[in-house]
Design a protein. Structure first.
Lengths: 379, 421
């Protein structure tokens, strides 16, 4: 009886390996795995580059570095874009931590963009500049918050699917922006607004000591610290993480889930709106459907890769913007016969490896051990 | 946390070190280059493109740039894809930092970012295609360029008129059913000027021709363009042409077996049975011109208009399989007349205009509806106000007061199906 049972067992469950969740990992081990993943990714990319295109991968990496930090203007651009991506990542983080799948950051940023542009168009002559800034910032924040709160109310009261809802809100925002680009176009019948207040520079974010990037970078740096404190040490931050872990637990300990959901999503949208303001007033000084630059979606990767920790997000957003900036140089380098599509493949592979390595940090693979087999046989 | 910070610092240092290395290498190559051409003739040109080579619009520029630069032996750097935002300014500055003495951008929305860069770097020349602001901006180093592509459209229109005639003679439809379909991007002067000249070319050989225009509200939207072409075919259009950058309309025509006159280059390969001919702007002559200006330290025209004579307005080879007999000869004949100045595309005696409350307010017409005057918006302003009289000697003078088109009259015989864009 025993023997047959053991034999049966042996026949039925004999996986080559099985996966075990690690309970905790020393910090340096985790980072070792991550660095190994990046190195592995770079090697795989090198092989792919060589095999698929016949180009020198070292030349490509050099071009990437050069494109990202090749001179001081490039470096400042890199820092500014890192800050902007980080800001959108900070915006989506509270909602994601609460397990509210807000993929509508794109639309919320564009709502802020639209509001800022409208203020610039209609209030430039009517308001003194400091007041104009106040109005622009408030309108942008409000617009972003409104764009986010609509799906969150539906989620809280009717339990609609927020993923689809926020996604659809993106399309509405994009097409609203497209509509107003056409409406406010500088030439009849076209869709190009052009630089707003190009000559007077009214409503353009001021430079600090002749540096137009610094204000954005500093603003985002401050917000990063604030949002770290908010998430980690405030009552709000605690409540939203409880709601994220388990809504029932939250209810049991007396948290008003509906109000936490709505409040957190408003916060998300408001920061997105602020990002929209910075994009118009601080960077582009115009509106197109592309000013948002895909940050709404990239920010989700940034936030996830950093495990919703604002300080880690500095690193992840830096990494992504670094590669994107490098990619432009790769495409324009004469030494390489590569276009920007290949750069996108490279970025994709590297991100895939970095995300993939989290598996090895969180789980252990246990191979079928011979000892156990022998033990089973003995029995 | 401390440990993490330390690690981040290390990473940053590694990046910084690597960056220094890269910088050095860059300088080395520069030094080597100047050595090669010791006579001080090193000229670097920077190009900024909206999309990569998969867009017919941008590819047309890239091919011209490559040809001109290789012919004149100058170094060039291309940046793609650069959206119509601050990225354009950033790219222009970066090209200047890389040592370019001439920077060119190819898309309408790049214009003000180029001006912004031009103001900042007065020693560098900035050229921009399709723009409208150079002649009023008063910047010595910012220049616009376009070509009299309406002449090319007119010639392509002749090819389509002959095709319609052939189909009428073959008994495929009655003369009054000779309707052309046109897929346009926006109700922008460039598009209106294009389809009107095309239509006038067609009607000069097929007097009963009419036209319907469907707008897509985008310069590049393959699905929308295909749908628009299909709608037009369903509505009874016998021939299609387009002003939009994708393969949408040509492929819809090939599927439906409807003849198509293309734009921006030949679509013969994808549409062997329906492609007739295509007009396009050849940018090589302009590039050659501006590079030579920089080389010889001469001033570049503030507002340059390429013509058939400069080799800027060209037609692809006629596809004999789809085109009517005698098309090549008819085009050559009209082309010679255009070059000699015997023929005006927008000759006011060839079309009539209806002035109504909601259309053509800037036009004045005689009793028969022929145009006698038009106050065009040549100098860009927010209210789109007219500022220049552009009808002279019985013709609407397109591209004379500014290289970029300003013909935006809705003439009789052309119906716009959706004027919302």
């Amino acid at each position: 009886m025993n023997k047959t049972a053991a034999a049966k067992e042996k026949k039925t469950r004999e996986p080559l390996f099985h996966i075990v969740k690690k309970s905790g990992i020393v910090w340096w081990k985790a980072w070792l795995i991550r660095i190994a993943a990046v190195i592995a990714a770079l090697m795989v990319v090198a092989v792919i580059t060589l095999v698929m295109t016949g180009q020198n991968p070292l030349e490509m990496y050099k071009a990437m570095l050069d494109g990202a930090v090749g001179n001081s203007t490039r470096t400042w651009n890199l820092l500014q874009d890192t800050a902007l991506l980080l800001l959108v990542a900070l915006a989506v983080t509270p909602a994601f931590k609460m397990r509210f799948w807000n993929i509508g950051a794109q639309g919320q940023v564009l709502a802020g963009v639209l509001a800022t542009t409208a203020c610039l168009r209609y209030f430039t002559d009517k308001l003194p500049t400091p007041l104009l800034f106040v109005v622009m910032i408030l309108c942008a924040i409000l617009a972003g918050a409104v764009w986010a709160v609509i799906p969150s109310i539906f989620k809280a009261y009717l339990n609609t699917n927020e993923t689809l809802f926020t996604l659809m809100m993106n399309y509405i925002a994009i097409n609203l922006v497209a509509f107003f680009c056409f409406r406010w176009s500088k030439n009849s019948g076209n869709d190009v607004i052009g630089l707003i207040n190009r000559k007077s520079k009214v409503g353009w974010l001021p430079e600090i000591g002749g540096n137009k990037f610094l204000l954005i970078v500093l603003t985002v740096a401050v917000l990063t610290v604030v949002s770290f404190i908010y998430l980690k040490y405030s009552k709000h931050g605690y409540e939203l993480s409880v709601v994220g872990e388990s809504e029932n637990t939250a209810r049991y300990i007396g948290i008003n889930v509906k109000s936490v959901v709505i409040r957190t999503v408003i916060l998300s949208g408001a920061i997105c709106g602020l990002a929209g303001f910075l994009l118009v007033s601080g960077v582009h000084h115009t509106m197109t459907t592309e000013v948002e630059g895909g940050r709404g979606f990239t920010a989700i990767i940034v936030s996830w890769m950093a495990h919703f920790n604002p300080f880690y997000m500095i690193l992840t957003s830096f990494l992504i913007v670094f590669m994107e900036k490098g990619a432009i140089q790769v495409a324009s380098s004469k030494n390489l016969q590569l276009d920007d599509n290949f750069s996108s493949i490279v970025i994709g592979i590297i991100i895939l490896f970095i995300i993939g390595c989290e598996f090895f940090i969180n789980y252990k693979i246990k191979f079928k051990s011979k000892n156990k087999e022998e033990e089973a046989l003995k029995q | 946390m401390k440990k993490f910070l330390a690690l981040a610092l290390v990473l940053v240092m590694v990046f910084a070190l690597a960056a220094c290395g890269a910088n050095k290498a860059d300088e080395d190559t520069k030094a080597a280059d100047t050595e090669k051409t010791a006579d001080g003739e090193t000229i670097k040109i920077g190009f900024i493109y909206l999309h990569d080579q998969n867009s017919t619009y941008d590819r047309n520029f890239m091919e011209g740039a490559k040809e001109a630069c290789e012919k004149l032996g100058v170094e060039y750097i291309e940046k793609t894809p650069i959206p119509e935002g601050n990225e354009c300014y950033e790219a222009a500055v970066d090209l200047v930092n890389q040592g370019c003495s001439l920077v060119f951008a190819d898309s309408f929305g790049h214009e003000e970012f180029m001006i912004q860069a031009a103001e900042e770097y007065p020693e560098v020349e900035f050229c921009h295609a399709t723009g409208t602001m150079a002649h009023t901006e008063g910047l010595a180093n910012f220049h616009n360029a376009f070509a009299s592509i309406y002449e090319g459209r007119y010639l392509a229109g002749i090819a389509s008129g002959m095709k319609l005639n052939e189909m009428i003679e073959a008994g495929e439809f009655k003369p009054e059913e000779a309707k052309i379909g046109y897929v346009g991007a926006y109700t922008y002067a460039e598009v209106i000027s294009g389809y009107t000249s095309f239509f006038l070319g067609a009607r000069s050989v097929c007097p009963t021709a009419t036209m319907e225009v469907q707008f897509t509200g985008s310069w590049y939207d393959e699905t929308a363009e295909k749908n628009a072409a299909e709608t037009l075919i369903e509505r009874g259009c016998k021939l299609i042409s387009q002003h939009a950058d994708s393969m949408g309309a040509p492929t819809a025509c090939e599927d439906a077996g409807v003849p198509d006159v293309s734009y921006n280059g030949s679509t013969l390969e994808a549409c062997p049975n329906t492609f007739i001919v295509s007009s396009r702007i050849n940018w090589e002559p302009y590039f050659e011109y501006i590079i030579n200006c920089v080389k010889n330290d001469e001033a570049i025209d503030t507002d340059w208009t390429g013509t058939i004579a400069t080799g800027s307005v060209v037609l692809t080879e006629v596809n004999e399989k789809a085109a009517a007999e005698g098309t090549v000869e008819a085009i050559e004949e009209a082309k010679a007349k255009l070059e000699a100045g015997e023929l005006e595309v927008f000759d006011t005696s060839t079309f009539t205009v209806t002035v109504a409350e909601d259309k053509n307010q800037k036009a004045t017409v005689d009793d028969e509806g022929h145009l006698t005057g038009y106050n065009a918006d040549v100098d860009t302003d927010e209210a789109f106000e007219g500022d220049t009289e552009v009808v002279e000697d019985g013709a609407f003078k397109e591209s004379k007061f500014r290289s970029a088109p300003y013909f935006d009259i809705m003439i009789d015989g052309i119906e716009t199906l959706n004027a919302k864009y």
